[in-house]
Design a protein around this ligand. Structure first.
Ligand code: DSN
Length: 441
């Protein structure tokens, strides 16, 4: 596969050391299988907007209400990103300024809660995100996490138990979102529970936004007060976050009667000036073009293929006798469960990486090992699907994964063989943002 044009020509001249490191990363990504479920390949257009002169502009505030002059054009760029985000997800309000997912979630807390309020969320070992109330994160230190999570036996969410916890604890907010839950999230069922206890319902769709756009995962927007997300995972955007919300707060009288601002306005004020200064307009421009790319039949086919590929990979591994958390997948990821094995999730993730299959070790429901060791390996299909792989290729990937995992005692013989085959295989595909070929759909 031929590489793109004269890439990074200026860096090559001015900083050959950094240039060489970036080139090495490109080579590594061109010859390995990127199977970290949260990673992907941004297109050339996203990379161009992200690296554009818009990085130079200061524009605190929002379109038509800035604290600096000279923002007539960037106002149009931010408005484009806002309008495209709203249209893509059918949302009433969008804020595209959060620097990433964690800052976006921080703004959600600031807009909805007071310090010390109770928040239901999944702890990190159960598959949640740090910002869903985990103890070492601001969200667990400034707010009180009421944990819920998948059943340790089945790996599935148990709505009877979630309802019982919500009724007992009466949280003010419930997070629905995960970094490592392979099954579909049923927002309608969460919405019933949230309504029973007068809790805000907030979805974090960072991992699954592309599936929602493709229509192959339930849509949270009709059910949730707020939806937060990153854009650099399945949507293939720049590294950034965004927040969607309703305009009005259905609990304004109950929880925010002293505020003159509605929900949308409180979200905006929480982002700026509450938490952030100048928005990164180069990133917002890249978000705008990413939303355009995502609002296409090609992207919807891509999202459906991501899920179909994950399903096929799961079936191929199950048929070889592997255990998967939750019994399989409805999404873009699956989690190999090695609780019963003598080797750990970390052992396997490192062995796979040496063979060119890059995933990450991960806790599984009911894990008896520590978070820095784990019994699980999380694998995702967004990036390999962006390369153009389909179900047939998933069979090959399953065979290589099996070859490594079933030879953990003789890796010295197996790893070089698989590494060579993986590298040769990867070179057959065009990688968005690296190779000159059109973005695969
Ligand atoms: N770090 C991300 C992940 O890998 O899931 C979550 O933000």
């Amino acid at each position: 596969m031929s590489d793109c044009c004269d890439r990074h020509a200026h860096l090559r001249e001015t900083d050959p050391q950094l240039y060489a490191l970036i080139e090495r990363q490109i080579e590594a990504e061109s010859t390995t299988l990127k199977m970290i479920a949260s990673e992907n390949y941004a297109s050339f257009s996203v990379l161009e907007a992200s690296g554009s002169i818009l990085t130079n502009k200061y524009c605190e505030g929002y379109p038509q209400a800035r604290y600096y002059e000279g923002n007539e054009i960037v106002d149009q760029i931010e408005q484009l990103a806002i309008d495209r985000a709203k249209s893509l997800f059918g949302a009433e309000h969008a804020n595209v300024q959060p620097y990433s997912g964690s800052p976006a979630n921080q703004a959600v807390y600031r807009a909805l809660l007071e310090p010390g309020d109770k928040v239901m969320g999944m702890p990190v070992p159960a598959g949640g995100h740090l910002t869903h109330g985990w103890k070492v994160n601001f969200s667990g230190r400034d707010y009180r996490q009421i944990p819920y999570g998948p059943d340790p036996e089945t790996g599935l969410l148990d709505f009877g138990e979630i309802r019982r916890i919500a009724r007992q604890e009466r949280p003010k907010m419930i997070w629905v979102g995960a970094t490592a839950y392979p099954r579909a999230l049923q927002y309608d069922r969460f919405a019933e529970i949230a309504a029973e206890v007068d809790a805000y319902l907030v979805a974090d769709i960072a991992h699954i936004n592309g599936l929602i756009v493709a229509g192959v995962h339930p849509d949270p927007v009709p059910y949730c007060d707020v939806v937060s997300s990153t854009i650099h995972k399945m949507l293939r955007g720049p590294r950034a976050g965004f927040i969607l919300s309703k305009e009005e707060d259905r609990f304004q009288q109950k929880y925010h009667s002293s505020s003159k601002f509605n929900l949308a306005k409180r979200i905006d004020r929480a982002v700026f000036p509450g938490l952030q200064g100048g928005p990164h307009m180069n990133t917002i421009a890249a978000m705008a073009t990413c939303f355009k790319e995502a609002d296409s039949d090609a992207f919807r086919r891509y999202g459906a293929q991501v899920a179909a590929n994950a399903r096929r990979l799961a079936e191929a591994l199950l048929s070889r006798g592997y255990q998967l958390a939750g019994g399989g997948t409805d999404t873009h990821l699956l989690i190999l469960d090695f609780r019963a094995a003598e080797y750990t999730g970390k052992d396997v993730a490192q062995a796979l990486a040496r063979a060119g299959i890059i995933g990450n070790f991960n806790m599984v429901p009911g894990d008896h090992r520590k978070p820095f060791v784990t019994s699980g390996v999380r694998l995702g299909t967004p990036a390999v699907t962006s390369m153009g792989m389909r179900e047939a290729e998933m069979e090959k990937l399953a065979a290589w994964i099996d070859e490594v995992c079933s030879n953990m005692g003789s890796l010295e013989q197996i790893v070089p063989k698989v590494r060579g085959e993986v590298a040769e295989f990867c070179r057959q595909f065009a990688i968005p943002g690296i190779h000159a070929a059109k973005t695969a759909d």
